[in-house]
Design a protein around this ligand. Structure first.
Ligand code: MN
Length: 255
């Protein structure tokens, strides 16, 4: 990277993107006050978070078995503690000592095409999984709050139409990737899918926006419990969606 592409630490990106980052708490700066939740210690072995190179691997917001029977405990443990932690550590290792160390991921994503593929894969992997854990809850499922339901009706016609589009995005993604509900720069909700660990914040994807709901359709997300039945996993996902959190993320995106 030449000097014209250098990042100034703490420089603000687009307002929506900066706020989305704060909402997700992905940077160490977002955690200055109050103290990082559970980073120093946690009573649950295996779910410790960690912080490195200005990035935060947050503790899982619930126990591994909390989303059963929809997502089983073993899948959650391997997915969070091995897959996600590896993305985080690889990102931290790549960032250490560079001029972009600690720069919010949203800002890196806006210039993703300037970075090596490993940063794209591991930065995306860290961001996407952090979002994924937050938009699920043992108390999830049901209908979105009225305000979010109204936005979905406006932009998709009905909740059913949205759900169909989202499921199609999840089912037709060939190989590994994600299905997303995002908000674009005009405040419109849209559904998309991305390959591997890409996401709608990256300058390398077709449809850009701030993701507020994501579904991991990598086989590692469902194979132990559902084997090749991705459709059953996608259907079960609706039982654990944390709609109040999705609405918070929509508001945090400035829309
Ligand atoms: Mn995953």
């Amino acid at each position: 990277m030449d000097s014209s592409t250098r990042f100034r630490k703490g420089a603000a990106g687009g307002l929506g993107l900066a706020l989305a980052g704060l909402a997700l708490g992905l940077t160490a700066a977002a955690h200055r006050s109050p103290a990082p939740r559970g980073i120093e210690s946690t009573a649950r072995p295996g779910v410790e978070g960690e912080a490195r190179a200005g990035y935060v691997f947050q503790p899982l917001p619930y126990a591994y078995d909390a989303l059963e029977p929809h997502i089983d405990a073993q899948t959650m443990e391997i997915h969070y503690d091995r897959h996600h932690r590896a993305y985080f550590r690889n990102l931290a290792s790549a960032a250490e000592g560079t001029d972009w160390e600690g720069v919010p991921l949203e800002q890196l994503f806006a210039r993703m095409s300037e970075f090596p593929e490993s940063v794209r894969n591991n930065g995306g992997g860290h961001y996407n999984h952090t979002l994924f854990w937050e938009v699920m809850s043992p108390d999830g499922g049901g209908a979105p709050p009225r305000e979010l339901a109204a936005r979905i009706d406006r932009d998709f016609g009905s909740f059913e139409a949205f759900r169909e589009q989202f499921e199609r995005a999840a089912m037709t993604r060939f190989g590994s990737g994600w299905a997303w509900l995002s908000v674009d720069a005009e405040g419109r909700l849209f559904v998309s899918s991305t390959a591997n660990q890409d996401n709608p914040l990256m300058d390398v994807v077709e449809q850009r926006g701030v993701p507020i709901l994501g579904l991991d359709v990598w086989e590692h997300a469902y194979y132990l419990n559902y084997q090749n039945r991705r459709g059953s996993y996608v259907e079960a996902f609706w039982n654990v969606v944390n709609w109040p959190r999705v609405l918070e993320l929509l508001r945090a995106a400035g829309h």
